[in-house]
Every structure is written in structure tokens, then in C-alpha cells.
Design a protein around this ligand. Structure first.
Ligand code: NAI
Length: 244
């Protein structure tokens, strides 16, 4: 069997670490030309250096000029963009009564508007090619909500709304749009949670543990690859069955 993403050009946002990094690494193993797109210049350079076949671009998903500049360079260099993984995301948790407007706005700006910005600026190139695959990072929190995550859960519900809307708008043009809803995955984002809550989450997952970034990378790989050629508009939960 050939490699599953042979010669595809794939942009992974927020891929300097965590799930995005593991996804970039997995895609490169499968023959993709991977673009590491992240806001932190040093982290971008380090990540790209660790993944043969990848290239780093400093991109802030909240700044359209920054996305456009990177996209222009990528188009000049590769001539096409086949896959977009909208993975960049942040948390700023607080209960409703304590959440500041700045916390609310910051999370909406990256997790929701950032996905809109990147997709809107990249899709014209996919439309021109008549093909493409987009996978958005939602979350189990985007299906069930979560204590202390008014801002974050709203963005992750919103990302599922984007996914189902764009699947309708872009499907007829040959572009598939899907979302991944990870459960609790051992990255810095989750390690920032209190130890007792993490223990409780491990118990509630029917596999008895947190997930790994590599396990999420395999889900992104399936949805981005031609193996998912008839999968469009789904929000695929990969949580060890935490909600059962
Ligand atoms: P992480 O915190 O380990 O990595 C996030 C990356 O996004 C970082 O490299 C960061 O620099 C980058 N980033 C942040 N703001 C950015 C911006 N404005 N522009 C470009 N890049 C930016 O996060 P993790 O855990 O790997 O999560 C990745 C995605 O998966 C996020 O969207 C997150 O909400 C989602 N997710 C994570 C879960 C988990 O358990 N870790 C569970 C469900 C969803």
C-alpha cells in the first residue's frame, strides 16, 4: 500500500506542540508536505526541525494579514493546498459569574474566529483545484458543555456549526469538511487541570485513561485522507467513550 497522504500539501494550525504537532508528524510519515503554522516563532522552528518533510510558518489565526501572508508564500512554493487542519486553540477557564470579558473574547477570537479566518482565506485555492479536505478541532465539550468553560464550549459547539454548514456549501465543490471531538488528551492544555479532576476523568473514560496526541493524529489522518472520501459533515468523537 502506498503512503496515505502521498504528496498532499497539508496546513496544520497550532502544530508547534500537542495534538497539532503529533498530527503534523503523522501526516509527514504518510508522505504529506506538512506546513507547521503556529504563533510562536521559536516553537515553530523547533517543531519543523523535528519533522522531516515539514516547513514552519509563523501564523496567528486571529490576524488575517498574517494568515494571508503565509498562504501567499505556501501557494508560491507548492502551487496548491490540499488539506487544512484547523487545530489551533486555547482555554481561559472560569465559571460564568467570574469570567471576564477579556477571557471570553480571547477564546472566541482564537478558537472560533480563527477557524473562520483560516478557512475563508484558504478555501478559494481548494475551490480552484476542485478538491480538498478540511478537519476542524472541536471537542467533547462542544457536544456536552463543561463546567468552567462557557467561552471554550461555545467555540467548540460553534466549530461543529461551521463544519455542518461548510459540508453543505463546499461538498458539491469536491471539498469535504469534518470535525474531531477529542476527549481528554494528555497535552499541556489538559495537564494544566487540577490532579483530582484528571483522576476523575480517567475513571469516567471507559478505557480508564486519558488519550494521547498520537491517537488523535490517527483520527485526523483518516478524515483528511481519501479513505474518508464519503465522509462529510461529521463530528467524530474520540474520547474512549467518556459520555457513555
Ligand atoms: P496545546 O496548547 O498543546 O497546543 C495548541 C497550539 O496552538 C500551541 O502550539 C499554540 O502556540 C497554538 N496557538 C495558540 N493560539 C494560536 C494562534 N492565535 N495562532 C496560531 N496558533 C496558536 O493544545 P492541544 O491540547 O494540543 O489542543 C489542540 C486542539 O485540540 C485545540 O483546538 C483544543 O481546543 C483541541 N482539544 C484538545 C483537547 C485535549 O484534551 N488536549 C480535547 C479536545 C479538544
Amino acid at each position: 500500500m502506498g503512503k496515505r497522504l502521498e504528496d498532499k500539501v497539508a496546513i496544520v494550525t497550532g502544530s508547534a506542540k500537542g495534538i497539532g504537532f503529533a498530527t503534523a508528524q503523522r501526516f509527514a510519515q504518510e508522505g504529506a508536505k506538512v506546513i507547521i503554522a503556529d504563533v510562536n516563532p521559536v516553537a515553530v522552528e523547533n517543531a519543523a526541525a523535528q519533522i522531516p518533510g515539514s516547513e514552519g510558518y509563523v501564523m496567528n489565526v486571529t490576524e488575517r494579514a498574517s494568515i494571508q501572508a503565509a498562504v501567499d508564500q505556501i501557494m508560491q512554493r507548492y502551487g496548491r493546498i490540499d488539506i487544512l487542519i484547523n487545530n489551533a486553540g486555547i482555554t481561559q477557564d472560569a465559571r460564568l459569574v467570574k469570567m471576564t470579558e477579556a477571557q471570553f473574547d480571547a477564546v472566541i477570537d482564537v478558537n472560533l474566529k480563527g477557524v473562520f479566518n483560516c478557512t475563508q482565506l484558504i478555501v478559494p485555492h481548494m475551490l480552484e483545484a476542485g478538491q480538498g479536505a478540511i478537519v476542524n478541532a472541536s471537542s467533547v465539550v462542544g457536544i456536552y458543555g463543561n463546567f468552567g468553560q462557557t467561552n471554550y464550549s461555545a467555540t467548540k459547539f460553534g466549530v461543529i456549526g461551521f463544519t455542518k454548514t461548510w459540508a453543505r456549501e463546499l461538498g458539491p465543490k469536491g471539498i469535504r469538511v469534518n470535525a474531531v471531538c477529542p476527549g481528554f488528551i494528555s497535552t499541556e492544555m489538559v495537564k494544566a487541570m487540577p490532579e483530582n479532576i484528571l483522576k476523575d476523568i480517567e475513571k469516567r473514560s471507559w478505557l480508564g485513561r486519558l488519550g494521547t496526541p498520537e491517537e488523535m493524529a490517527n483520527v485526523y489522518l483518516f478524515l483528511a485522507s481519501d479513505e474518508a472520501s464519503y465522509v462529510n459533515g461529521v463530528a467524530l468523537e474520540a474520547s474512549g467513550g467518556i459520555s457513555l
